[in-house]
Design a protein around this ligand. Structure first.
Ligand SMILES: *Cc1c(COP(=O)(O)O)cnc(C)c1O
Length: 523
């Protein structure tokens, strides 16, 4: 097909054939959209500049001789281009988004309203603190809530995502070990059931990662871990609830053993939404834990907005936490502690994670969420998230294999495997079938401890009706995969693009558009 000047790929609809392609390639509300380079013309601009009165260029022989090749569109064309593309995407505001471990739940509009209040949205990080007492008050109050909810001693608010929080926590551990003269402790133990960011973080922070195996019921093998502890071990990183969707019941025993061996306990608390209001990690002996505000406390994420990963710290690690942090004085005035040397009170800080104090917009949203739920409401968040996940698990374990279905109730996510699908069918075929059913697929092939994993996190914000529709869709697709329905091998059939060669797309992505005219001119 050729592309004409306006970017359309005209084709001839066959008369009398109701399903033949349309002239435009559009299918009613499903609109085809070429690349911006294919519709834009470099001569077009949405801006009308006055003729300049400065004669000549001051760039000398550095001025550009060939066109820059940027696409040019008038404003309405640019708006339409991106709006059309956005309609080819799935979003949490369109339907259930069962991506396990990612906690794609409804973002209350109240959060958005508060985050847009000019006193929060329009402040500048370099404003004098006297002029931003309200914004600092939000950071401070959120910090107090996070410390209370986790039973910890301190919190570093500045990390900007979960993995960034992990790095912050591991740098605290590193600084604490060095302060003790034990910088030689280089080994960090990470169980198989940990989130993939954990070993990556430990390695990035300069530690050596060693695996600890999982038990057949999907939890950390406590005995194997105890055997490995010793004077070279800096600590452990445990995801709890883990990525099999299970609570690590031995957490206290793990912490005690690690502390006895002189190490620290990092807990990946990204999935705090499953236990908030029910368990305080501080009571379990945790030394550092990040909380993904964008998961537990509902701020938009995953292409929809930035994350935020504050790290709560034990008394042992708090002195090493990063700057800056807020401090509320007896008269209510809040200051930012910016320097290691202030009053000699924070001389051990390992430094900074970010230039300023972190993601202000996420703090405002998270605190709004916390205050609008209240302590009892937050507890119900965890209870309903767990209830919904167990409803999915028990509704489908007669159709799909649930490898840890006998390990007791799951937490916030339900885990299935591809065991029992027809020969040649795998998790990917089920996922692509779900796209045709109008759902974003679940997390696939993760965690690695399960063959062909399908990890489903429904979250607490889905109604029973929505869950029933999703369960019905997944059951139908799973039954087709078990029966060997070959149409599933080429799904999705109704999406704007059909099945891609994913290996090629990952290994040899075509990231640069080449102007066919220029290519022709070069020949
Ligand atoms: C989401 C998640 C992370 C990473 O968080 P980011 O904000 O994406 O960096 C780490 N661990 C677990 C268990 C998670 O679910």
């Amino acid at each position: 097909m050729t592309i004409n000047q306006s970017g359309w790929r005209p084709s001839a609809p066959e008369q009398g054939n109701a399903t033949a392609p349309t002239f435009t390639g559009n299918k009613a509300l499903m609109l085809e959209e070429p690349l911006i380079f294919e519709i834009g013309s470099t001569d077009t601009t949405g801006v009308d500049f006055a003729e300049g009165d400065v004669a000549g260029s001051r760039l000398g022989n550095l001025s550009r001789t060939a066109p820059i090749g940027l696409p040019g569109l008038a404003e309405p064309e640019a708006v339409r281009h991106y709006t059309r593309l956005s309609r080819q995407n799935y979003a949490i505001d369109l339907g259930l988004f069962p991506l396990g471990s990612c906690t794609m739940k409804h973002n209350p509009r109240l959060n958005e309203k508060v985050a847009r209040m000019p006193g929060f949205a329009d402040v500048h990080p370099l404003q004098p603190v006297d002029t931003v007492q309200g914004a600092l008050g939000v950071i401070n109050e959120l910090a107090v809530w996070l410390i209370k909810l986790t039973g910890m001693h301190g919190v570093a608010m500045s990390p900007k995502a979960g993995a960034h929080g992990e790095l912050c926590g591991m740098l605290c551990i590193k600084a604490a070990l060095e302060a003790r003269g034990e910088g030689h402790r280089k080994i960090v133990l990470v169980p198989e059931s940990a989130h993939g960011t954990n070993p990556a973080t430990a390695a990035f922070a300069g530690f050596q990662v060693e695996d600890i195996p999982a038990t057949p019921e999907g939890r950390v093998d406590l005995d194997a871990m105890k055997t490995r502890l010793g004077p070279d071990v800096a600590g452990v990183m445990i995801t709890n609830p883990n990525t099999c969707g299970l609570f690590e019941r031995d957490m206290k025993a793990i912490s005690d053993a690690v502390h006895d061996a002189g190490g620290y306990v990092y807990c990946d608390g990204a999935n705090f939404n499953a236990i908030v209001g029910r368990v305080r990690p501080g009571d379990l002996g945790v030394d550092a834990m990040h909380i993904n505000l964008h998961k537990t406390f509902s701020t938009p994420h995953g292409g929809g907005g930035p994350g935020s990963g504050p790290v709560v710290l034990s008394e042992a690690l708090s002195p090493f936490g990063p700057l800056p942090f807020t401090e509320r004085h007896a008269d209510g005035h809040i200051t930012l502690v910016e320097e290691e040397t202030v009053g000699d009170r924070h001389p051990h800080s390992f430094g900074r994670m970010t230039a300023f104090h972190g993601q202000m917009g996420m703090f405002t949203r998270a605190l709004t969420y916390i205050l609008s739920h209240g302590a009892d409401g937050l507890r119900q968040v965890a209870e309903d998230a767990v209830l919904n996940a167990n409803y999915v698990l028990r509704s489908l374990d007669d159709t799909l294999d649930a490898p840890f279905g006998d390990s007791g109730p799951c937490m916030h996510e339900a885990l299935f495997s591809d065991n029992g699908l027809a020969d040649g069918f795998s998790t990917i075929d089920v996922a692509k079938g779900l796209i045709d059913e109008g759902f974003h697929p679940m997390t696939m092939y993760f965690p690695l401890v399960v063959h062909g994993a399908m990890l489903i996190e429904p979250t607490e914000t889905e109604s029973k009706a929505a869950l029933d529709q999703f369960i019905g869709a997944l059951r139908s697709v799973a039954e087709r995969a078990k029966a060997g329905d070959t149409a599933l091998k080429t799904a999705p059939h109704f999406a704007p693009r059909s099945r891609l060669d994913e290996t090629q797309a990952a290994r040899k992505p075509v990231l640069v558009w080449k102007d066919p005219d220029m290519a022709m001119a070069a020949e």
